[in-house]
Design a binder for this molecule. Structure first.
Ligand code: DC
Length: 215
């Protein structure tokens, strides 16, 4: 059984997906982490971000292992390195290339072959896992989403500015929703959960309620 969750940055989907998987005793995949690791590799290798062929090659040969929240690139734990503003700034162009996405979706499908998964991202319910048994779209007020992201980054000790975070979030929303390939959108059969006034526990309870009622 797969549960697919899509939604914009800061909608709470990563934390909710993680807790949901824990409560249900199944695996969890953050597909954003796969694109983040690819972006890190491209930056490390100083690849021209407009060189689609080089990026496709990296995507096809990416040595990536994901274990819950931990992400290993070529055997190295890069879990923290991939969740910084430098990656946020460079990722949108990379995730817009169809051939790159194709290779990454193949990798995500391979990772999830090992069992039941909660899978979260932007195109999970629409493109990558359209056959998921349960589909959700999490959303929240942009101001609240920016506050959550700011809290996450400052919580890690990063020196960031709220207005920069908010601007970058809005820019990424636009890029994710308006790109030609696999844009972020609400799948016809997805249940929308507005997490603006909800805690993570409440969000997960709402999702479990929907699953138990067969949605
Ligand atoms: O969920 P996140 O913020 O870690 O995702 C990072 C970026 O990757 C985000 O700007 C959009 C992109 N992404 C995507 O295009 N498709 C996915 N399935 C997951 C993430």
């Amino acid at each position: 059984m797969n549960i697919g969750i899509d939604g914009p940055a800061g909608s709470g989907k990563t934390t909710a997906a993680r807790l949901l998987a824990k409560k249900l005793g199944i695996f969890y995949l953050d597909t954003g982490a796969t694109y983040r690791a690819l972006t890190l590799k491209a930056l490390n290798e100083k690849i021209d971000l407009f060189d689609t062929t080089a990026l496709e090659n990296i995507a096809k040969n990416l040595d990536l292992r994901i274990d819950g929240n931990e992400v290993y690139l070529e055997g190295q734990d890069v879990s923290n390195q991939i969740r910084v503003p430098l990656i946020d700034k460079n990722i949108s162009v990379i995730v817009s290339y169809p051939q790159v996405r194709k290779a990454m979706v193949r990798l995500q499908r391979k990772i999830t072959e090992q069992g039941d998964f909660v899978i979260e991202g932007r195109d999970i319910t629409t493109v990558a896992f359209p056959d998921a048994e349960h589909k959700f779209y999490l959303d929240a007020d942009p101001k609240i989403r920016a506050q959550r992201r700011f809290k996450e980054l400052t919580g890690k000790g990063l020196d960031v500015n709220f207005s920069d975070i908010e601007k970058d979030l809005i820019r990424r929303d636009q890029a994710d929703k308006n790109r030609k390939v696999s844009p972020l959108k609400i799948s016809d059969d997805a249940i929308v959960v507005d997490t603006t006034g909800l805690s993570i526990e409440q969000t997960v309870d709402e999702i479990i309620k929907c699953i138990n009622s067969g949605k």
